[in-house]
Design a binder for this molecule. Sequence first.
Ligand SMILES: Cc1ncc(COP(=O)(O)O)c(C=O)c1O
Ligand SMILES: [Zn+2]
Length: 432
Amino acid sequence: MDLPTVAGWRCPVCGAHVDIASPLQWRCPRAGDGRHHTLELVTAAAPLRPTGDADPFVAFRHHLAWDAYAAALGLTDDARQAIVRDLDTKVASVAGTGFRTTPFVRADALSTALGFDELGGVWVKDETGNVGGSHKARHLFTILLHLVTTELAGRAPWSSPAARPPLAIASCGNAALAAGTLAAAVGWPIRVFVPVAANAAVVARLHELHADVVTCPRLDTDPPGDPCVLRFREAVAAGAVPFGVQGPENAWCLDGGRTIGWELAVAMDDIDASPFDRLFVQVGGGAFAACVAAGLAEGGRPVRLHAVQTEHCAPLERAWQRSFGVGGPAGAAAHWDECMWPWEHVGASAADGILDDETYDWIPIVRAMAATGGAPVVVSEAQVLEANDLLRASTSIDASATGTAGLAGLLAVRDQLDPGERVVVIASGVRR
Ligand SMILES: Cc1ncc(COP(=O)(O)O)c(C=O)c1O
Ligand SMILES: [Zn+2]
């Protein structure tokens, strides 16, 4: 029998450890002391052994931190499998699809258009058909699994499902839609904190999903910062469950996000044993790139990572540069304030999903770039738009500009690449 491969969590900033069996421990136990904290998984080196199931949460279940958590709470292997299957059915009834392995194929016309030869090319992982239309639900599903399992094991502090604390998220994009979808699947109350100028179609869908949508104008008494995040933090302080895709707010989102990297590793093995040369990932809050890189490394297929941001908001690139002044990327966690702080003047971009003023999950990304010989790429707005046109013209994937921003990174450095290089991009969200 496979044994769980996750031992627990560790804060790379303060060194605190969290046992894998700790219920509802979303953050570093020392968070709130005025410093930045975050948690990273402590995993045992174990070869990826997917079962071949079409549902990645079933196929890779033994590699999930959630599986180790549920086992520690006394749930049997069969019971754990049944929880995943049951939740997937419920998600599918709301989303129209459950979690399924997403396609990874060489985009031939795109590869030719970019001048790659037949040995090289661009391979696209297509996340547009995921639950909620983006990769975001992959991250949130392990938080949901954790909540449901805690209840089932009788370890929840609330007395009955009727007394569940609400979920909370500050987002008006793909993360909000994914969160609303998962909450609706299990009938868990959710509060979504959105800006005054939130996209009307997203808000309408959130209402359909019976989310409590809270519009957040800036109040005279507010300190600097996004008022949606301020209201979100107040809700969490009052007992709501952080249900977003930012590691420092809820580290459990960093568990399920790895399924995308694991799928990529397995798909690469199915193609051949030759390495892929580069991976371009669009970075907003950073959980996505952090998880894809972790999943690939765990799957034994690390790829040179290029984190892509727009010139209108590039705090990660600044952190990368700053890290070399404090001893290098590997030890940068001890220098958070010197490396990462909110981008002062965030400009507008068609890739509006990657305009987070702070890259919350920056530490694992700078480490992964250093470990793989990668580097950040900052793209112009023209490249953001060109990449989106190019992917939609050369493939059948109808991705948003945020979803094709990684390809914009490839466009920005294309003339430095060899035509025989094998490049990976991820179409992370559907066009709405
Ligand atoms: C489609 C899409 N791709 C990528 C991202 C960036 O993910 P992260 O914020 O985890 O860096 C987002 C975030 O909103 C998104 O919606
Ligand atoms: Zn800490």
